[in-house]
Design a binder for this molecule. Structure first.
Ligand SMILES: Nc1ncnc2c1ncn2[C@@H]1O[C@H](COP(=O)(O)OP(=O)(O)OP(=O)(O)O)[C@@H](O)[C@H]1O
Length: 261
């Protein structure tokens, strides 16, 4: 079996003496689509920040293609890891096309222009995300969902092996929720995605990491992780887990105040 693309060895984050991510270990193989689930404040975004290097590790280590991430320069890391976060920094007075093209920056020298291949790649990413008709629009005119799709287009242009998605379906209507996850799955890349929608996690993820209070409570296939007992205890609501009659994946229904959610 080839070595894991990504390996976390007892990776931990402590801030002001508070454990935010308890020592966590798991690995992701090339092409895995891994969902990170857990209640608000469980440490999901913090875990992604440790992996993309925006938050230094307090202890443990993280290996990407068997090399410690701490040994990579920012540019080397950006060639290998693309992140789409919940709150990407706003960019103003740039067109959609220019923002998507920013995905090429880690691969370019200061004075390199875009080749015709680069331009094809940018156009392809915009059309995969349904934004080709907005290429010349200014980013500040986009809706929340369009902006979310643009940041994913920029991540595609970046051509990184590992894609980190923090709530990629936020702001998206139901069609784009499915399209984004289908597209991300179909890229053949290794994807780690924080997801609040457990039914989307069940439908699209090969493996799921369940976090609670910074601890990795479970890691494995949806069947191993999405059990009524485990979810009921972590989310503090009773729930039922059934097989969906059409697509055959697990379907989770929570019960609040005696009614189904
Ligand atoms: N820089 C920081 N300083 C202090 N506390 C922090 C910092 N970053 C995160 N935390 C705390 O760590 C905990 C985990 O935060 P994190 O954003 O990782 O959770 P999450 O699972 O992504 O939550 P959500 O689902 O609400 O987005 C929270 O209690 C948060 O307040």
């Amino acid at each position: 079996m080839p070595p894991a693309l990504l390996r976390l060895n007892q990776a931990a984050l402590v801030i002001d003496g508070q454990p935010i991510v308890a020592p966590v270990s798991f690995s992701a193989n090339k092409g895995d689509f891994i969902g990170i689930i857990g209640p608000n404040g469980a440490g999901k975004s913090s875990l992604l920040k440790l992996i993309n290097g925006t938050q230094p590790l307090s202890s443990g280590d993280i290996l990407l293609q068997q090399r410690p991430l701490s040994k990579l320069t920012a540019r080397q890391r950006a060639c290998k890891i693309a992140s789409v976060s919940q709150v990407s920094p706003p960019v103003f007075a740039l067109t959609v096309y220019q923002v998507a093209a920013m995905g090429l920056l880690p691969h370019k020298g200061w004075f390199d222009g875009n080749t015709s291949e680069d331009e094809q790649q940018i156009k392809l990413a915009l059309s995969q995300l349904g934004l080709q008709h907005k290429a010349q629009a200014l980013v500040e005119t986009l809706s929340g969902g369009e902006l979310q799709r643009l940041y994913l287009a920029r991540a595609l242009v970046q051509q990184a092996e590992l894609l980190l998605l923090d709530e990629p379906t936020n702001h998206l209507d139901v069609l784009y929720q499915h399209q984004i996850l289908q597209l991300s799955r179909g890229l053949g890349k290794t994807v780690l995605a924080c997801l609040h929608d457990l039914n989307l996690a069940s439908r699209y993820c090969d493996k799921i990491a369940l976090l609670h209070q910074g601890q990795l409570l479970a890691f494995g296939s949806p069947e191993q992780v999405l059990t009524a007992e485990q979810l009921g205890s972590v989310f503090q609501l009773p729930c039922e887990v059934n097989l969906h009659p059409v697509h055959g994946k697990l379907q989770i229904t929570f019960f609040a105040g005696g009614s189904m959610l």
